[in-house]
Design a protein around this ligand. Sequence first.
Ligand code: NDP
Ligand code: PYC
Length: 339
Amino acid sequence: MSVPDSASTVRIPFTELSALLRGIFQRHGCSDSVAAVLAHNCASAQRDGAHSHGVFRVPGYVSTLDSGWVDGKAEPRVSDVASGLVSVDAFGGFAQPALAAARDLLLDKTRSAGVAALAIHNSHHFAALWPDVEPFAEQGLIALSVVNSMTCVVPHGARKPVFGTNPIAFAAPCEGQAPIVFDMATSAMAHGDVQLAARAGRPLPLGVGVDAAGEPTTDAQAVLEGGALLPFGDHKGSALSMMVELLAAALTGGHFSWEFDWTRHPGAKTPWTGQLLVLIDPSKTQGQRFAQRSRALLERMQEAGLSRLPGERRHHERAIASREGVALAAEALAQLREL
Ligand code: NDP
Ligand code: PYC
């Protein structure tokens, strides 16, 4: 499924896209509640122009569900393990329904203690991470989340892949505007974007990946077929990616990115790993002042010449989508309708 270009773009209402996706997930083995969560997540990514994790991912979800690698009907088990800690066993299902199941308890703990963490394990995350943090900042909280994925990133100074593309997402309230949100892979490029580049025959920038012989390459296909990605920012991104493995897998009880074997499930695409989410209630230290201080920082950055904030492009796309409908390629919509 391709990124829409202006020639082939169609627009449909968000609710219609969500309903279409929900039906697809149900048809391919998800319970109604899991299908609703995944559909909302995927439609939101498409709405915001987050193309590497919008409808482009649907064939991957479907082939994974059909392969039996993930349990679309798993019932997450939530455990209240400590005053500031909730643990969820996703039972081989998706991470987002596990987060949904723990949300109320996590919010109660954060509101009473000022800080709380959610450790999810035995879970599959195949999506953008910002939808997991943004809603908390809309409720006045600071949220930080990390998830590890499948081994395809060579640690800085090493020769073989160990890490996943391991994103970090952060969201914080800001007075008078949408929360400040960033969400970034710790690899030089998300795997999804390498797939999109390969599909479009676009070269990658140098420094993104290596081929099967470990040589630098700009050929996206060579990265996907036996090659590997590199961390962003050399040793610095590599250290962050290592941190994500420790927090999302070692701490939660999930698999490291290199630890699961999906070879007996042809079509499996979703990493079977773990996720950590930390919430902080800034009103406990700052009252209403945190959001004002966020605003002051942004204004200072803008006065210094900053023309674009992280998250700004998504909000721009979201505003257009709310007026005109969610954009997707005509052939992608046709493929969804077939599915
Ligand atoms: P990008 O490099 O596209 O963007 C990273 C962040 O930087 C975003 O918050 C983006 O905001 C912001 N940004 C981009 N360009 C600028 C700019 N010029 N000035 C200021 N801010 C900017 O993201 P990635 O390719 O690293 O990741 C894409 C997605 O892939 C993420 O959603 C991530 O969660 C997902 N992913 C998921 C994985 C999983 O295992 N589930 C694994 C790896 C990645 P904006 O959004 O507004 O463009
Ligand atoms: O784009 O790197 C990625 C990715 C991995 C798992 C889900 N998305």
